[in-house]
Design a binder for this molecule. Structure first.
Ligand code: NI
Length: 547
C-alpha cells in the first residue's frame, strides 16, 4: 500500500516532494534521483472518499508533451533588438483571422515593451538584428516557458543579451485540438543577468475568437469548495489518519483564498484535471500532521503540489467553459483554424514590427505564380510593379495578386525611359497600363515606378500617381551569383527598406524563398509598400526617396 506521491509540477523552479506513509521525504527539485512513484492504489477504508490522486510522473519525463503538438497555421511573431541598453527578444503565437487573441497577445507585449522603455529611457523602435534565426527555430519553443530562467536568458535565440533592462517573451504551444489552442506566454524581465520578474500565463483560445480564458475560470464556486476537503482528506489519508475527512468547515475559507490555491489547472488528454497548488498551501488541520510539517521548507512554507482529479470526478467541479475545454482537448481532433487572411490582407503595425517591403518589377512573367506561392507559404506580402503589355498576356496572375492582398503598381506599358518621352507619350505609357490592369483585375494602381528609376518633375507632372522608388537595389537583373544576391537582398535592408527585385528572372524567383527566409530570420515582417508607409501614399507629383 502506498501513498500518493505528489510530484513536481510543470513549472520551472518548483520543488518536488514525495509523501510516503509515515515519513515525509523532501527531494531536491530538478534532481534526477527522484524515484518514480509506485503506482497509486486506493487505501482500504478511505478509498471511496479519496478522489484526489497523484500524478506519479517519473521525474525524468518531459514536463509538457508540447514537442508533439502540431500547431500548423499558427503565426509566430518575432521581435528582436540587440541594443544592449534595452535588449529585447519576443516571440508569441497569433491565430490568423482571430483578432481577439491577437489583440490580447499584443497588448501584453506592448505593455511589457512600454515598461522596458520607461526603465531604459530609450524609446522603442523596431529593429531587425535577430541572430539569423533559421525557419525551424522561429516557432514557439517547447519547454521555453518552463525551463530555468538562467537557461532561458543564456539562449541567444530566445533572449537578447545586454546590460540594460532586458525583456524576454517566449511562447510554447501546450495543446492544440479542435477549436482550441493552449499557449503559454512567458514574460521575463531582467537587469543584465539579474531577474526582476518572470511570469507565465497559459491561455486557452477558442480559435475563431469566441473566447480567450485562463484556467482560473475552469472551476465553479462549488467546485472550488469541493476540492479543498478532498485534498485535505487525501493528505490526511497519506499520513495514515484513521478518519481522514476534513474536520474544518469549508465556510472558514473564502472563495478568494480557494481561488488562490486552485487556479492553475490543466487537462490531460484523458480528461483528467491536473491542479497545480502553489507553494504555501496549508490549513491548520494539515499543520497538525507531523509528516506535513516535515515536508515544509526551513521557513515553514510548503512546496507546490500537483494533484490529478480523474476525468469523471473533475466534470462535476467544472464550469461550462471548463467542461468545453475538457471535451475539446479530450477529442484529440486536429486543430481547426478560421479562414486565414494573408499577411498582405492584414493590418501591420510597422511601429511595432520591423517592416521591409519587397518589390518585384517588370512582370507578370513565367515565374510570378511561383513567387506568389513562396510569399504565401511564408506569410509574406509584396508589391508588384507591372508592365502593361505583360498584364494583357497574364491577366489571371494579376487577379491572384490582388486576391492575396499584394499591392500592384504601374511600371509603364513597355519599359521606356520616361524622361526621354514626350508628355503625351508618358501619359500614354501610364494610362494604357492602368487600363490594362483595370481590365484584368478591376482595380487601377495608385502608384507607379518609373522604369530605371528615371523620373523628373516633367514626368511627375503627367500623372496623379506618386512615384515609388527603392532604397536597396539588388541588381538581380545582372544575374549575380546566388550568394551575392542573398547578401544584397537579405543583409543590406534596414528597417523600412524598399528592396528592388525582378520576378521575370529565373535566379530571382529561385532565390525568393531564401530571401524571404533570410529576412524573416532577421526578425523582419514583409509588407506591401503601402503598409510600409503606414497606409499613406506620397502625394501626387512626388517620389519616395531612393537610397
Ligand atoms: Ni523595370
Amino acid at each position: 500500500m502506498t501513498a500518493p506521491s505528489v510530484s513536481r509540477l510543470g513549472r520551472a523552479g518548483h520543488w518536488a516532494i514525495g509523501l510516503v506513509v509515515g515519513v515525509a521525504v523532501v527531494a531536491l527539485a530538478g534532481c534526477t534521483s527522484i524515484a518514480a512513484a509506485p503506482e497509486w492504489s486506493p487505501r482500504a477504508g478511505a478509498a471511496a472518499e479519496l478522489v484526489v490522486t497523484d500524478t506519479s510522473a517519473p521525474a525524468s519525463a518531459p514536463e509538457q508533451p508540447s514537442a508533439t503538438v502540431d500547431a500548423t497555421g499558427i503565426d509566430v511573431r518575432l521581435l528582436y533588438s540587440a541594443n544592449t541598453a534595452a535588449p529585447l527578444a519576443a516571440r508569441w503565437g497569433e491565430i490568423p483571422g482571430n483578432p481577439t487573441f491577437t489583440e490580447l497577445s499584443r497588448a501584453r507585449v506592448t505593455t511589457a515593451i512600454t515598461e522596458q522603455s520607461a526603465l531604459s529611457g530609450i524609446p522603442y523602435t523596431p529593429a531587425a538584428d535577430a541572430p539569423d534565426i533559421a525557419p525551424e527555430n522561429r516557432g514557439c519553443v517547447p519547454g521555453s516557458t518552463t525551463r530555468p530562467v538562467a537557461e532561458l536568458l543564456a539562449d541567444t535565440t530566445l533572449s537578447a543579451p545586454g546590460t540594460g533592462p532586458r525583456l524576454t517573451i517566449s511562447c510554447e504551444i501546450l495543446a492544440a485540438a479542435g477549436t482550441l489552442l493552449v499557449e503559454a506566454l512567458r514574460i521575463t524581465t531582467a537587469s543584465g543577468d539579474q531577474v526582476t520578474s518572470d511570469q507565465s500565463t497559459v491561455y486557452y483560445a477558442e480559435t475563431s475568437g469566441a473566447f480567450v480564458i485562463t484556467s482560473d475560470t475552469f472551476l465553479t464556486d462549488d467546485g472550488l469548495r469541493a476540492l479543498l476537503p478532498r485534498l485535505v482528506q487525501s493528505l490526511k489519508a497519506d499520513d495514515g489518519a484513521f478518519d481522514p475527512a476534513m474536520q474544518q468547515s469549508i465556510d472558514d475559507f473564502t472563495l478568494e483564498q480557494l481561488r488562490t490555491w486552485f487556479s492553475h489547472l490543466a487537462f490531460a488528454p484523458d480528461g483528467s484535471l491536473t491542479v497545480n497548488v502553489p507553494a504555501g498551501f496549508t490549513t491548520p488541520e494539515l499543520d497538525a500532521l507531523a509528516a506535513w510539517r516535515a515536508g515544509a521548507a526551513a521557513d515553514g512554507s510548503h512546496p507546490p503540489l500537483t494533484l490529478t482529479v480523474p476525468a469523471a470526478d473533475a466534470t462535476a467541479l467544472l464550469s461550462d467553459q471548463g467542461r468545453q475545454v475538457q471535451a475539446v482537448l479530450a477529442s484529440g481532433a486536429p486543430l481547426a483554424l478560421p479562414p486565414a487572411p494573408t499577411r498582405a490582407q492584414e493590418q501591420t503595425d510597422c511601429a511595432l514590427f520591423a517592416c521591409v517591403a519587397l518589390t518585384f518589377d517588370d512582370g507578370p512573367g513565367d515565374y510570378t505564380a511561383q513567387v506568389l506561392d513562396d510569399l504565401d507559404a511564408r506569410r509574406a506580402a509584396a508589391t508588384f510593379f507591372l508592365q502593361g503589355y505583360r498584364v494583357a498576356q497574364n491577366p489571371d496572375v494579376v487577379v491572384r495578386m490582388l486576391a492575396e492582398g499584394h499591392e500592384i503598381g504601374n511600371h509603364s506599358w513597355n519599359h521606356p525611359d520616361l524622361t526621354k518621352l514626350t508628355d503625351e507619350q508618358i501619359r500614354d505609357q501610364l494610362d494604357r497600363t492602368g487600363q490594362a490592369i483595370q481590365d484584368a483585375a478591376g482595380v487601377r494602381p495608385t502608384t507607379f515606378r518609373p522604369p530605371y528609376g528615371a523620373v523628373d518633375p516633367r514626368v511627375l507632372a503627367q500623372t496623379e500617381l506618386p512615384a515609388i522608388l527603392w532604397t536597396v537595389d539588388t541588381n538581380d537583373w545582372r544575374l549575380p551569383d546566388d550568394a551575392t544576391l542573398l547578401d544584397r537582398a537579405v543583409a543590406q535592408p534596414g528597417v523600412g527598406a524598399i528592396v528592388l527585385l525582378h520576378d521575370v528572372h529565373e535566379n530571382t524567383a529561385r532565390m525568393t524563398p531564401a530571401i524571404i527566409d533570410g529576412l524573416l530570420g532577421r526578425g523582419f515582417t514583409l509588407v506591401t509598400v503601402q503598409q510600409l508607409l503606414g497606409g499613406t501614399l506620397p502625394a501626387p507629383h512626388t517620389t519616395t526617396s531612393r537610397g
